[in-house]
Design a protein around this ligand. Structure first.
Ligand SMILES: CSC[C@@H](O)[C@@H](O)C(=O)COP(=O)(O)O
Ligand SMILES: [Zn+2]
Length: 242
């Protein structure tokens, strides 16, 4: 056995090997294939992370997310230090790959109790941040009401779902040169909007999280639907809030 093979054999590979399609190491590649087809993670952008018990499953950085295999997945012991990156407690690291640059942002969602966090570069998400670009600063938000799909978004933890007549409010933070540097903005937006399950990143995309993978996915789908609708409404001169 060559030294590289020895590293592989002692790298906790069993943590990403399962016949269960619901295992996070199988789910992340499967979800990313879907997200690629929906335009959420093309060109290596975007990604997904799942927490299962005291393990966090993270995709590699800079890879074609739709081609990922379970063997490419990193595993972090949870809880783990968020900073510095070198202190994060990886218990499985694929050789020749680096963990996603979104890792500290995903960890921020897990600190809030999330079970899954999705990052997309959806053009609809980017477009709504452009349509409200005049609104800058800590109060920047996308707002919409009187749309049925709003009912797919929680009012806050343990507070049920938003109603048709409620106003959905998604905070917007400014983009940074490096993905990791978005973390303080995400933390600030979460502190200011403790009930939110999503934060838009101007000219970049969105982070959406949920109590579990199904909720993160359906909430992200509902938001993407709403953003597309909002862009079309804007083109027709229709207001988002009645
Ligand atoms: C098209 S590059 C996009 C990246 O810089 C980043 O925004 C991103 O979402 C993915 O980072 P990654 O480290 O590949 O998981
Ligand atoms: Zn990104």
């Amino acid at each position: 056995m060559c030294p590289a093979d020895q590293t592989v054999a002692t790298n906790n590979d069993h943590l990403v090997q399962s016949d269960d399609p619901e295992h996070p190491a199988n789910l992340i590649p499967e979800l990313c294939r879907k997200f690629y087809n929906w335009g959420w993670v093309t060109g290596t952008g975007g990604g997904t992370s799942i927490r299962q018990g005291d393990h966090i499953f993270i995709a590699p950085s800079g890879v074609q997310k739709e081609l990922m295999k379970p063997d490419n997945i990193f595993v972090l012991q949870w809880p783990t230090p968020k900073y510095p990156a070198s202190d994060r407690s990886y218990i499985r690291k694929p050789l020749k790959l680096n963990p996603s640059a979104c890792t500290p942002l995903f960890l921020t969602a897990f600190e809030q109790g999330a079970g899954c966090c999705i990052h997309t570069h959806s053009q609809w998400a980017v477009l709504v941040t452009l349509l409200v670009e005049r609104e800058k600063g800590p109060d920047a938000c996308f707002e919409i009401s009187n749309i049925e799909q709003i009912k797919g978004i929680p009012r806050g933890k343990g507070k049920g779902m938003l109603g048709f007549f409620d106003t959905l409010k998604i905070p917007i933070i400014e983009n940074t040169a490096f993905e990791e540097d978005l973390t303080s903005g995400l933390e600030a937006a979460m502190n200011k909007h403790p009930d939110t399950y999503a934060v838009l990143v101007r000219r970049h995309g969105i982070y959406v999280w949920g109590d579990n993978t199904a909720k993160a996915k359906t909430q992200c789908e509902s938001l993407d639907y709403i953003f597309q609708l909002a862009v079309e409404m804007h083109k027709l001169g229709l207001p988002w809030v009645k």
